[in-house]
Each structure stands twice: as C-alpha cells, then as structure tokens.
Write a protein of this length. Structure first.
Ligand code: PDD
Length: 287
C-alpha cells in the first residue's frame, strides 16, 4: 500500500504529491521544517514542536497557515494513515510558488507538505557501546536557531562523519562548541553536565530541553555556557541528543576514546531517565 502524505489541504499517495518547479523551496530553499517523534501514535511534546515551528515561520516572515488546533487535527489524521505505531512526522513549509525573484512574492500561499515515516531510533548496540563522532568547524550561517530547509552545510558536515564511519560531526565555531550537524551536544566534566546556551548558534532542541529538565528534576549538576574545544576534548563524557537519536553516548571522538571508551555513568542515568519519561508521558498522555 502506498504511503499517504499531506500536500496543500489534501491527503494523497506519495506518488501523486507533486510540487511545481517554481516552488521557492526548490528554487531557493526558502522555507522551514519541523520533525516530531510519535510514540504509540502520540506526537511527543507537540506544543513545544509547534511553538518552535511558529518561531521559525515568524523568523523568515511566513504567516503560520494553521492554528495549533488545526495542526494537531491534521497531524493526528496523518498519523492514523501510517501503519507504524512509532513514527517520525515531518512538516515542511515553503514561501510558495512564484516566478524566480529574490523578493518575497505578494499574495502567494505557502506550500505545506507533511509525511510520516516509521521512527528509527538507535539500535540497542549503539546505546550500549556508544558511537563514533568527528569534529569540524561550524561553517553555517548566523541564524542556526531557525529550522531552515536549506541544509546544505549540515548535509556536508554530516557526510564528513559518515565518510569516516562515524555517525555525527560535532561543530565548533571560533573554538566554541555549538552543536552537531543534526543534533545537540552535551558534555560531562567531573560529574557536571555541560550544555551550550540556546542562542542563534544552535537549534533549540526539544530533546535538549527534556534532558535539562530531567537533569534539574533529578538534582544532577548542570553548567550552561560557552565551552572551549579543549574542554570538550578533555570531557569525561559526550552525548548526542535529537528527536530520532534520543540520547546517545559518543565514545570515540576524532579517533580517541572519550573517558574510558564506554558510555559513562551520567549518560546511563540520563538514558534511563529519558526512557522512563517517555513511558510516563505515553501512559498519561498529558505532555
Ligand atoms: N534534527 N540541531 C540540529 C542542527 C538539528 O537538525 C536537530 C534535529 C537538533 C535536535 O533537535 P530536536 O531535539 O528537537 O530533534 C539540533 C532533526 C532530527 C532532523 O533534521 O532530522
């Protein structure tokens, strides 16, 4: 059976979903996106994802085409049309279709596309053993807090990791940790969780927020700040967080072991807290 997607007001088979070549998403990468994990057909942290999407739209001056309630109804309909219980829901909004001109077109409706795929979380072995990551200079622009669809730098940076059989590239801007090519990065130093601040040099991750909330609720010490590359390289633990990777330990960084080369004790605690939190939310469905 063909996958059902949403395009501009219609649910239709993916093969029948077409966008004109003059769509500004295709021509300029002029749009934003959002990715929401769905567990047991329940969109996780929906309000926060919709808020971040609203912020991205406002930042690039596209009017939000739907209210939160309208989004929720559309998302729930799309989720029901997919056979998987756990899904990753992708929303993509562009400035619409218009003759090619950098200027914003007038009176043009945004293009809204949504699809949902089976959610692929990290295999148990990666959680148990940790993963490899490399580092690179953060070559992106200065507005990384916008979840823009123009992801060319992120793609090139992530591919650098994949070419080395690593799974993520950790980025430093002027020698300061920012985030991963498609994730946020935490470190642990002497039992303290180190996190970069939510400024315009990183995407404000929804998973990042959950990790900090869980750390605070469980009296785990946190330091939010700008961390020099030398401190990150000497850290006892490094973690990747994202909606699809959840919380994952980096155990090899630029070919060297992080700590003793195994996922560390603070990671183990946070991983369990994250899984318990997911279970709790799924049971009560109040998130
Ligand atoms: N990426 N930073 C960047 C650059 C990201 O692309 C992502 C997520 C994150 C983590 O955000 P969150 O915890 O809300 O998933 C941080 C998604 C998964 C993607 O592009 O596919």
């Amino acid at each position: 059976m063909s996958q059902i997607v949403y395009l501009n007001g219609k649910f239709l088979p993916i093969e029948e979903a077409h966008v004109p070549v003059l769509d500004r998403g295709f021509i300029f990468g002029d749009g934003i996106y959002e990715l929401i994990p769905v567990y047991s057909r329940f969109p996780f942290r929906l309000r926060e994802h919709l808020k971040r999407m609203g912020n991205s739209l406002a930042a690039i001056r596209i009017e939000n085409p739907y209210t939160d309630d309208e989004w929720e109804n559309l998302l729930r309909e799309l989720i029901e049309k997919h056979p998987a219980e756990d899904q990753s829901l992708y929303i993509h909004i562009t400035r619409g279709v218009a003759p090619r001109d950098h200027a914003f077109p007038k009176g043009v409706k945004p293009t809204v596309f949504m699809m949902s795929n089976a959610l692929l979380t990290p295999p148990a072995l990666q959680v148990k053993q940790g993963v490899m990551a490399i580092s690179a200079n953060d070559i992106r622009w200065d507005s990384c807090d916008i979840k823009a669809i123009s992801l060319l730098p992120n793609i090139l940076l992530r591919q650098m990791a994949l070419d080395e059989d690593a799974i993520e590239t950790v980025l430093f801007r002027d020698g300061i940790l920012t985030e991963g090519a498609a994730s946020n990065i935490f470190a642990v130093e002497d039992g303290v969780i180190l996190a970069p601040p939510k400024d315009h040099h990183m995407l404000p991750g929804i998973t990042y927020d959950i990790v900090l909330e869980l750390a605070e609720a469980n009296h785990m010490p946190i330091e939010i700040g700008k961390f020099a590359e030398s401190r990150i390289r000497a850290a006892d633990e490094l973690w990747i967080t994202s909606s699809t990777k959840e919380v994952l330990a980096i155990t090899t960084f630029d070919g060297k072991s992080v700590g003793d080369g195994k996922p560390g004790p603070i990671f183990e605690e946070m991983y369990q807290l994250y899984q318990d939190y997911k279970d709790l939310v799924m049971r009560h469905r109040t998130d």
